[in-house]
Design a protein around this ligand. Structure first.
Ligand code: PEP
Ligand code: MG
Length: 324
C-alpha cells in the first residue's frame, strides 16, 4: 500500500473537478521532520510545541528552544511550519508544573489561558521563535482561543516580543503570520472583526468535536459515539467555512479527522482547502481526493442536511462507491 501511495507523492491532491486541496503534516518532534520528504506534505500545518516541554525534567531555556525551532525550520527547507504555542494542562501535564486539582482539566486552566495568566513561558517561547526565524517567515498559532480578546492579548505578547527583539538590534523574521485555533464552539460566533484580524484559523477538530458533542475525547465509552460526518457537526463546519469566506480568512483543519479519507473529502467538499494530518495519512487522503468530484460530494452532503438525516456518512460512502 505504501508503494501505491509513493507514486502519488509529487502529485497534487487535485480532485476530479479541478479543485486542489493543500495537504500538510502534523509534527511535534525533530524526528518527525524527515517525513516531510517521504509523505509529500507541503509543509507542517501543526507543530505541537508542548512535546519539547513534556520530554524534559525542567523548563527548557530560551536559547535551547530557539536552536530547536531553527533546526525545525532548516529541516522544513523553506516550507511553511505553523508553530502552535504551548498547549499544556488538560491531558498534557508538565512534570515540573504544580498539578492543578481541577475537576474538568480539558475545560480548565490550559493552553492560551495559562499563557495569558502566567505569561513568562509564553513570552520566552515567542522570543525563541522570533530568534529562530531571523530573516525567514514565521507562522505562529495560539491554541484553544475561546473568545476574540484572548487572541488580541496573545498577539500583543508577540508584538511586544518583536518590538523588544528589534530594540535589542536582533534580526527579525522576514514576515509574521498569526492564527488562532478554533477548538471551542464559541469562537465560531466571534465578531466579523475578529475573523478579519486573524491571519488564519485552524480548526482543532479533536477538541472542537469533544466540546460540540460534550463527549470527552479521552473517554473510550463515549468518544466514538458521535460521528464527525453527522449533519450536526458538518452544518457547524459549514458555518465556520462561511464566516471565514465572508472575512477572507484562510482556514485549515488540523485535528485527527483530517487524516481520515472520507472525512477529508467531506471537509474539502464543504470548502476547506488546507488539511493537516499525520504523515502516513497523506497518501490515502490524496488518493481518495483525486478520485472525487467535490461538487458532487457537496451536493450529497447538502441533500442529507436538507432531509434532516442523522449522518451524512452512508450517503457520502455510497456516492464515493459510484465514483471509483
Ligand atoms: C485538536 O484539538 O484537534 C488539535 C489539533 O490539538 P490537540 O490534538 O493537540 O489538542
Ligand atoms: Mg486541541
Amino acid at each position: 500500500a505504501q508503494q501505491k501511495y509513493a507514486v502519488l507523492r509529487d502529485l497534487p491532491a487535485q480532485a476530479r473537478c479541478g479543485t486542489t486541496v493543500s495537504l500538510h503534516m502534523n509534527a511535534g518532534l525533530m524526528a518527525d521532520l524527515p517525513s516531510l520528504e517521504g509523505s509529500g506534505a507541503e509543509g507542517v500545518g501543526l507543530f505541537r510545541t508542548e512535546l519539547q516541554f513534556l520530554v524534559r525534567s525542567k523548563v527548557p531555556r530560551r536559547e535551547e528552544l530557539a536552536a530547536l525551532y531553527s533546526r525545525v525550520m532548516d529541516a522544513a527547507g523553506g516550507r511553511r511550519v505553523v508553530f502552535r504555542t504551548l498547549d499544556i494542562g488538560s491531558d498534557k501535564v508538565l512534570p515540573y508544573m504544580k498539578p492543578q486539582d481541577e475537576p474538568n482539566p480539558a475545560m480548565g486552566w490550559r493552553a492560551i489561558r495559562v499563557g495569558l495568566e502566567k505569561p513568562g513561558v509564553l513570552r520566552m517561547q515567542l522570543q525563541a521563535l522570533i530568534r529562530a526565524a531571523k530573516g525567514r517567515p514565521l507562522t505562529v498559532m495560539f491554541p484553544f482561543v475561546a473568545q476574540a480578546s484572548e487572541f488580541v492579548a496573545a498577539r500583543r505578547q508577540l508584538d511586544q516580543a518583536m518590538h523588544y527583539e528589534g530594540q535589542m538590534g536582533r534580526p527579525l523574521p522576514a514576515s509574521v503570520e498569526v492564527g488562532a485555533m478554533l477548538e471551542t464552539p464559541s469562537l465560531a460566533f466571534a465578531s466579523r472583526d475578529f475573523f478579519e484580524t486573524v491571519d488564519f484559523i485552524s480548526i482543532g477538530g479533536n477538541d472542537l468535536k469533544q466540546f460540540f458533542f460534550a463527549a470527552d475525547r479521552e473517554n473510550e465509552r463515549v468518544r466514538r459515539r458521535y460521528d464527525t460526518l453527522s449533519v450536526a457537526f458538518l452544518s457547524f463546519l459549514r458555518l465556520i467555512v462561511e464566516r471565514c469566506a465572508e472575512a477572507g480568512t484562510r482556514l485549515s483543519f488540523c485535528g485527527e479527522d483530517a487524516g481520515r479519507p472520507i472525512e477529508a473529502v467531506a471537509f474539502a467538499a464543504l470548502g476547506l482547502r488546507t488539511l493537516s494530518m499525520r504523515p502516513a495519512s497523506i497518501g490515502p487522503v490524496k488518493s481518495l481526493i483525486r478520485q472525487v468530484d467535490l461538487g458532487g460530494a457537496r451536493a450529497v452532503i447538502e441533500a442529507a442536511i436538507e432531509r434532516g438525516e442523522d449522518s451524512v456518512r452512508p450517503f457520502l460512502m455510497e456516492y464515493l462507491r459510484t465514483q471509483r
